[in-house]
Design a protein around this ligand. Structure first.
Ligand SMILES: *[C@@H]1O[C@H](CO)[C@@H](O)[C@H](O)[C@H]1NC(C)=O
Ligand SMILES: *[C@@H]1O[C@H](CO)[C@@H](O)[C@H](O)[C@H]1NC(C)=O
Length: 470
């Protein structure tokens, strides 16, 4: 092995055009021949850097250590850690790094440990990722081999089996996770967080993340516009896992602006030299982190496309048709939906991102003279209540008003609703209105609530609308 390494390194001295393979101790050999390089999707053929230049680190978090413990594939080092062989182990592999959020993988481990008793290993390879893109894409292969080496070590040292390991990768890290799965068969799960597009979309299954890499592969798409045509979407489009999630349609996230820059600047974007905030791309791991703490804000609806979802055509869920995006996606019974199903959901602009969905249908009773104004409703549950939600603005006249509600409050079982209205301009006639009936359907399970309002109320008076007495 060492001999071949020397050969590869020597060949490197004569320029990469001649070097087609490098081998690194304990990690195996890396070729720059197709499918790894010199293909339509991967025009620049690059050999990965030596591990020392990539500076990979394994940072272990457990319920017993608040701060990380850097580990190595070494029994003596592991002995003094809190690694628990009876628990599952998760690796988190970052890729693209947002300058202001470089240590997100460590934060995700901390979030996970609030609820789950697991070994969480945050990976770091900042030196290897901050390289010209084609180089970084190949350096990720070494990181994958290092993770595979660590898993093989842990399986030997602790008699663990591959089905105890879950790899979570963002961007280039998602494909590195896929590569770990190719090297270590029968992993429990791989989560691809907006797997990066350039050099991977359309490439061989051996190169990119796909369903053969683990027993369960779940993917979250947040920046899936094409990279070309000035769209600069960094994430892959189209289903690629056993289950694929498209929050907010999967292309542009609320609270983020459209990506901008010059498409020829892939290297610059990657190395942080171009003004590019990566907001859409980074949302994938932000949603996932939140899902480890508040799973139920991420109910996802099977739907043919984002337009049908936005039009409310895939609302509500029935039976067990809806998975939860994020950590709890594994609980979903995949055989209950056809393969190729896409799952859609709505999130907020900022934390908390999770949303709870309802459809309200309000029967307005009151003055028959059309009157310009505003109407609001709110939901009161046994846990929390929502703010007032605008139901309608424009002419108020008796009849039905319907609204899809996405609230950031997990209100629990709904006990009561409220109704309120305001005039748009001063109205000397002093009209009165009542929400005489409200039918509320909960998105996650199609549970229907019926509320009946009483007397009409004047402007700005809150009407309580309790459950109907039947
Ligand atoms: C999963 O769904 C299939 C088809 O709907 C059903 O036959 C099967 O019993 C379900 N499995 C579990 C574990 O619920
Ligand atoms: C939801 O439940 C209602 C009955 O409460 C039923 O009429 C309707 O078909 C259900 N919706 C779906 C999508 O199954």
């Amino acid at each position: 092995m060492t001999q071949i390494w020397v050969l590869g390194a020597v060949l490197c001295l004569f320029g990469s055009a001649y070097a087609d393979e490098v081998c690194y101790d304990g990690l195996g050999c890396f070729s720059d021949l197709p499918p790894w390089g010199g293909t339509k999707e991967r025009p620049l053929a690059k050999l990965p850097w030596v591990p020392g230049m990539i500076e990979t680190r394994f940072l272990l978090f457990t319920p017993k250590n608040k701060y990380y413990h850097e580990i190595k594939a070494d029994a003596k080092i592991m002995k003094v850690t809190n690694y628990n062989k009876l628990k599952a182990t998760r690796f988190i592999i970052p890729g693209y790094l947002e300058a202001k959020d470089e240590d997100w993988a460590q934060h995700m481990c901390k979030d996970m440990l609030k609820w789950d008793s697991v070994n969480c290993i945050a990976m770091e390879w900042k030196a290897g990722v901050r390289a010209p893109y084609a180089q970084a894409a190949n350096n990720a292969r070494v990181v994958a081999a290092q993770v595979a080496h660590m898993i093989n070590f842990l399986m030997g040292n602790y008699k663990q089996t591959a089905d105890k390991f879950h790899i979570i990768g963002h961007s280039l890290g998602a494909h590195a996770a896929g590569e770990v799965g190719r090297l270590v068969p029968n992993l429990a799960r791989i989560t691809g967080l907006d797997p990066v597009e350039p050099y991977f979309q359309g490439a061989s299954r051996d190169v990119r993340l796909d369903t053969s890499d683990a027993a369960f592969v779940d993917v979250i798409h947040t920046d899936s516009l094409p990279f070309t045509k000035n769209k600069l979407g960094l994430g892959m489009s189209g289903n690629m896992g056993h289950i694929d999630f498209y929050p907010n349609g999967g292309e542009l996230m609320p609270g983020c602006s459209k990506n901008s820059g010059s498409p020829s600047n892939l290297d610059g974007i990657w190395e942080g030299n171009v003004n590019f905030d990566g907001c859409n791309h980074a949302r994938a791991y932000q949603y996932y982190s939140e899902s480890t703490v508040k799973a139920h804000g991420f109910v996802a609806y099977p739907c043919p496309d984002k337009e049908s979802f936005a039009a409310g055509m895939c609302f509500p869920c029935t039976g067990a048709s809806c998975p939860l995006m994020g950590q709890s996606a594994i609980k979903f019974n995949l055989t209950s939906v056809p393969t190729g199903t896409k799952f859609f959901l709505t999130t907020g602009k900022k934390e908390p991102f999770g949303r709870y969905s309802y459809r309200a249908k309000v029967l307005l009773d009151g003055s028959v003279w059309p009157n310009p104004g505003f109407m609001y409703i709110s939901l009161k549950g046994d846990r929390e209540e929502t703010e007032s939600i605008q139901l309608h603005v424009g002419m108020l006249s008796p009849g039905f008003y319907e609204l899809l509600i996405n609230t950031d409050k997990d209100v629990g079982e709904i006990k009561e609703m409220t109704f309120q209205w305001n005039n748009h301009i001063f109205n000397p006639i002093k009209p009165t209105y009542s929400a005489s009936r409200i039918e509320l359907v909960r998105g996650k399970d199609n549970k229907t609530y019926n509320f009946c309002g009483g007397d009409r109320v004047g402007e700005k008076v809150i009407q309580s609308v309790p459950p109907c007495k039947t």
